[in-house]
Design a protein around this ligand. Structure first.
Ligand code: ZN
Length: 236
């Protein structure tokens, strides 16, 4: 993309448009049937709480469940709850073991109301993206390894928003069905912490840099985009 003459803000708009254009369901047929299993586990564990939130039109409340295999082909389960209380890890494993027999409590990660690791004020890390962030920063799967570890993400009883779906599609991560409307509260990139939100026809864009290097809210030059990326860890 020719970015030389664009402001940081214009680049953000291009990024958002391209992300949303990429959005599609990357379905289970592409990579086995773990998505259906993940969704069933999610409904059994959280269906009542999610339906209750939906009855109250609380669009914010979301549960997403992700699954990857480690190098020994053992299951790792990531359960991200936003606004909905997670279950004890033993309850989750008991439910999920039927579908993922190698799963243990030690390989189950609960992400309760997880925020972007960049911190900052406008922080709307969607549940699907909390899973991606945990893969990258907690399990230390590199960006290029994320698809090859068999990552799949199910959003429970709710469509994946166009921003998350676009990001997941671009990174070849199968996920459950995509919905049409974007989140009114905004969207945070799970790896860079960049925050996008439309408000009154204007795109608000904050790029929060990592590890306390800088918190930038009003940057208008692409040179500010240069930052040190901390991902030197290896997928172990
Ligand atoms: Zn989303």
């Amino acid at each position: 993309m020719a970015t030389n003459n664009l402001t940081y803000h214009e680049v953000a708009q291009i990024k958002q448009t391209r992300r949303r254009e990429a959005a599609q369901q990357v379905g289970a047929s592409l990579a086995g049937d773990n998505l259906a299993s993940l969704h069933k586990i999610g409904v059994n564990l959280f269906g009542v709480a999610i339906r209750e939130a939906q009855d109250n039109e609380n669009d914010y409340n979301t549960v997403a469940i992700g699954h990857v295999y480690n190098k020994d082909s053992q299951s790792i389960l990531l359960v991200a709850c936003k606004g909905i209380k997670a279950k004890p890890v033993g309850t989750i494993v008991a439910e999920a073991k039927e579908y993922f027999p190698t799963l243990t409590e030690g390989h189950t990660m609960i992400l309760q109301n997880e925020l972007s690791v960049s911190g900052g004020g406008s922080d709307h890390l969607h549940a699907e993206m909390a899973i991606v962030q945990a893969l990258y920063y907690k399990l230390q799967v590199s960006k290029s390894q994320i698809p090859s570890c068999g990552a799949q993400i199910a959003c429970i009883l709710k469509g994946v928003c166009p921003d998350c779906s676009g990001w997941l599609t671009r990174h070849n991560i199968p996920h459950t069905w995509r919905r049409e409307h974007v989140a009114s509260s905004g969207w945070t990139n799970p790896l860079t912490g960049a925050f996008f939100k439309y408000s009154g026809g204007d795109l608000q864009y904050n790029k929060l840099f990592w590890n306390g290097f800088q918190v930038a809210s009003k940057i208008d030059t692409m040179s500010a985009k240069k930052t040190i990326h901390p991902n030197s860890a290896k997928y172990a």
